[in-house]
Design a protein around this ligand. Structure first.
Ligand SMILES: C[S@@+](CC[C@H](N)C(=O)[O-])C[C@H]1O[C@@H](n2cnc3c(N)ncnc32)[C@H](O)[C@@H]1O
Length: 300
């Protein structure tokens, strides 16, 4: 089935990466292949390493990008492995790297993946069901109340983290939480419904998803590794969707820029305009940051 995911901040991403220069690019989160398609279309000589840890996403991307033939190399892997993946795919440094973190609409809309509180499905949330052993249901069954509270508070930014963690642990006495609807209902019964317009379980699902996929660890390794892969003039662009991710990106890219070998291209980050938000509400929380390698300095 073709991807239904609409890529965010497309214009700003292309401005940051400048794929019309021609070269070797990496899309570390190829997803439905929207950004990748634009990168490959920008110059007939462009080649791309397309990474995703979700097999289904990769299949969709292969279909979407078939017209580019062997200009694309696909890798089913977490982007924390980016250094070895680049080494295997390309000799030398790369001209641009993109990461568009988080989940795609294809993943959220598929009830069987268990990412959505809007539809009933197994409480899974693994991005890679072939390699990751621990689903959300398993994690909630095996973890302490303190651990669950930490994920909800720190990853989900849920102010009622303690209350919800306590309710989850109490619920376990009556049987395991196995379905997304069970978890969404439990949160609905436990905390007030707020006025933000968001579903009451939004933050809980976000916190648990980030824990299941160790998303912040992945991002940290990626941000440390990728600047070293860039050629002079090469660019790294990252899109985050919540404040924890964005903080990690802001600090990492600012520190690189302070070292003098990199220039911060968008110091405050770029966000979607009203017209994009109207067409694609998911873009509301997206923030793009980017650096350019201006000198190979002391780097190997
Ligand atoms: C927001 S979507 C990317 C959409 C893509 N830019 C497009 O234009 O269609 C995020 C993708 O990143 C993948 N992903 C998330 N974390 C990952 C990780 N640590 N390693 C590799 N892929 C990851 C997800 O499986 C998902 O397909």
């Amino acid at each position: 089935m073709p991807s239904r995911h609409q890529p965010v901040l497309m214009e700003q991403v292309l401005e940051a990466l400048q794929p019309e220069r021609g070269g070797f690019f990496v899309d570390a989160t190829v997803g439905g292949g929207g950004h990748a398609h634009a990168i490959l279309s920008a110059h007939p000589g462009n080649r791309l390493l397309a990474i995703d840890r979700d097999v289904q996403a990769l299949e969709r991307a292969k279909e979407r990008l078939a017209e580019f033939g062997d200009r694309v190399i696909f890798e089913h892997a977490p982007f924390s492995a980016v250094v070895s993946l680049v080494e295997a795919a390309h000799s030398g440094k790369v001209d641009g790297i993109l990461a568009d973190f988080g989940v795609s609409s294809d993943q959220i809309d598929d009830r069987e993946r268990g990412f959505s509180f809007m539809q009933d499905g197994p409480l899974d949330m693994r991005m890679d069901r072939t390699k990751q052993k621990t689903s959300a249901a398993r994690l909630l069954a095996d973890s302490s109340e303190d651990e669950i509270e930490h994920w909800l508070r720190d990853y989900g930014e849920e102010r009622y983290a303690r209350r919800i963690a306590n309710a989850i642990v109490k619920q376990r006495r009556f049987g395991p939480l196995l379905r997304t609807s069970q978890l969404a209902d439990l949160v609905g019964r436990t905390i007030p419904s707020g006025r933000s317009g968001h579903h009451v379980a939004t933050r809980t699902f976000q916190g648990i998803r980030i824990a299941v996929n160790r998303e912040l660890d992945e991002i940290e390794v990626f941000l440390q590794a990728t600047p070293k892969l860039l050629a002079e003039g090469g660019r790294l662009a990252v899109i985050s969707f919540h404040s924890l991710e964005d903080r990690a990106c802001k600090v990492a890219l600012r520190n690189e820029a302070r070292g003098g070998d990199f220039k911060n291209l968008i110091p405050r980050g770029a966000t979607a305009n009203q017209s994009e938000i109207r067409k694609n509400p998911r873009s509301r929380s997206a923030r793009l940051r980017a650096i350019e390698c201006v000198s190979k300095g002391g780097q190997a």
